[in-house]
Design a protein around this ligand. Structure first.
Ligand code: AHG
Ligand code: MN
Ligand code: MN
Length: 345
């Protein structure tokens, strides 16, 4: 069989794959399917800008600060606007929420609302844009809880256990979209020549033997004793595993994706360095919970150091949470060492 025939034989676009997944739900209305299409389209549009970031006058800061008090990059703004504009008029959503917007994002009155809620970090790893390091988008989809009308904050502040779908886009050496609707984790690689996401990583599962640990060791002096002991345990050969290598790129999506494929643990623990961020830096609603949903679908586990991330009921839209995410054995070890060293401290 020629390469071309072989290639064409394997051509499964994300649209076709999502549709096939929908067929497993006879009662499905197709709204979630179309919402996932919209997100894939937004990913292609953002990807087209990230691959030319150095050229398209899109580098550098937008000269404003976001709700996190962080300098907003132009690409952050572009990604935010793209995700918003592709979803504000479709009638699929009751409400949206974004890392870049202080409050919930209502659907404009001139458009109908729908049954779903979209939460997202439009551009994760923004500090890496100008140095050409991989960046990402993270999203989560809930069913609305309120019964009618414009969506409300309670539709967004749901525990990750309620997610119906979640995923991320990784703008790296190639652009990948990885998602789950609760039936496994599936990865698609963008073929820029035809503008299609093609199935490249069906049914991703964390390898049993972990290879990496990912943490910003620059904060080591500010960690609890439990987290210090944990980091030392990860580095050593132990009966459960070989000593792990450190890989940390400072882009959550890139660090998470590498560990998902290679096995390992990513953690951003609480530290005493920044009084403004006592509970770690990562945000629960649109960073930790969607990735926790994915990692459990891939056979792993995500914890705040004491309990499953997916069980945490958000109280505030931008609340931060410490996170340990990856192979279940590694994350449960973190919980054990924190219980042993810190709980009574
Ligand atoms: P964002 O760019 O959306 O604000 O997220 C950045 C996050 C995450 O991507 C990464 O893991 C973390 O910031 C890196 O933080 P440190 O530089 O403190 O390690
Ligand atoms: Mn982020
Ligand atoms: Mn971001």
């Amino acid at each position: 069989m020629t390469d071309a025939q072989n290639y064409l034989g394997k051509l499964v676009t994300i649209e076709r794959y999502i549709l096939e997944q929908q067929q497993a739900f006879p009662e499905a209305t197709g709204i979630l399917t179309n919402l996932l299409y919209d997100i894939a389209l937004a990913a292609k549009i953002i990807a087209s800008k990230t691959t030319r970031a150095g050229l398209a006058e899109i580098l550098g800061s937008a000269g404003e600060e976001n709700v996190q008090g962080e300098e907003v990059q132009k690409l952050d703004v572009f990604a935010q606007r793209t995700l918003y504009r592709l979803n504000d008029h479709t009638g699929r959503l009751a409400v949206m929420a974004s890392e870049e917007v202080e409050d919930i994002i209502p659907i404009p009155d001139r458009f109908p609302t729908g049954p779903y809620v979209l939460v997202f970090d439009p551009l994760d790893g923004s500090s890496n844009i100008d140095v050409n390091v991989s960046i990402g988008t993270i999203f989560g989809i809930y069913r609305r809880k309120t019964l009618q009308g414009r969506g409300a904050l309670e539709d967004v502040l749901q525990p990750g256990r309620n997610l119906v779908a979640a995923g991320y886009v990784l703008y790296g050496a190639s652009t990948m979209l990885v998602y789950s609707t609760g039936r496994g984790v599936h990865g698609f690689t963008l073929d820029p020549a035809i503008g299609e996401f093609l199935l490249s990583h069906p049914n991703i599962k964390l390898p049993d033997k972990p290879k990496y640990y990912s943490v910003n060791q620059g904060y080591q002096p500010y960690w609890s004793l439990g987290v210090q002991a944990y980091t030392e345990w990860l580095q050593r050969d132990t009966p459960e595993k070989k000593g792990l290598s450190l890989r940390y790129i400072g882009s959550l999506v890139a660090d998470f994706h590498r560990n998902l494929l290679s096995g390992g643990v990513f953690y951003y623990p609480a530290d005493s360095k920044d009084p403004k961020k006592p509970g770690g830096k990562l945000r629960l609603v649109y960073e930790a919970a969607p990735l926790a949903f994915l990692v459990e679908q891939a056979g792993g586990y995500a914890s705040d150091g004491a309990r499953p991330i997916l069980d945490i009921e958000p109280q505030k839209l931008h609340q931060r949470v410490p996170m340990f995410i990856g192979n279940r054995m590694l994350v449960e070890k973190a919980e054990a060492l924190i219980r042993q060293h810190d709980v009574h401290a």
